[in-house]
Design a protein around this ligand. Sequence first.
Ligand code: DC
Length: 228
Amino acid sequence: MSIIIAIDGHSSCGKSTLAKGLAKALHYAYLDTGAMYRAVTLYFIDHHIDYNDPLAVEEALKQIAIHFERIDGKNHTFLNGQDVEHEIREMRVSEHVSPVSTISAVRRAMVAQQKAMGRRRGIVADGRDIGTVVFPDAELKIFLTADVDVRTSRRHLELAAKGIDAEWDDIRRNLIERDHIDSSRADSPLRRSDDAIVIDNTLLSEEQQLEQALKLATERMELQVSRQ
Ligand code: DC
């Protein structure tokens, strides 16, 4: 019985690592909703769109098509047919993505696509509003959190591994700023859904957090079967 797994939480607390691990173990699809907001942001930057201008945003959104492809077992984000997986992780995108994702027109467009992608079920999605807005009926909702210094160090390593050069202090400042904007925006702010299970992974290894989440997923799947 396929279920929907929703993972929300602060920036760089390992949501995508957990989501990818779960998707692999369960043979589910992985939906990286942050990548979609990042792709929109990249488009706005590259096309010099003033995102404070509602008309310009509406027009630009009509020109944006985002899809995902698996290449060598990895999820790649495509913007208008071009692989932008690397570029959307750069700091120039991280600096603007939170303000861009406060725009209701942007959220409406992304959430509609995300809901459509979830129709098949058997999906693990991560983001900020997955359990609250995108998939409020998800059978398993996880809210991930971790200490900010640990998150900064993980992000620093992750970017370095991708060949993206960024200062530790700049990363930390950006994480705190994004957490603040993401949690305080008017439209679908980051918050823990009442029925989400909190996992603090500050002291957990990737394997340990995956093990905890897989146990929860198995329980929810069994519950689904017993209800049929
Ligand atoms: O998960 P991420 O760091 O790649 O996400 C980038 C930004 O996108 C994040 O700062 C807030 C926004 N976002 C959002 O508003 N809603 C989502 N479901 C996913 C991401």
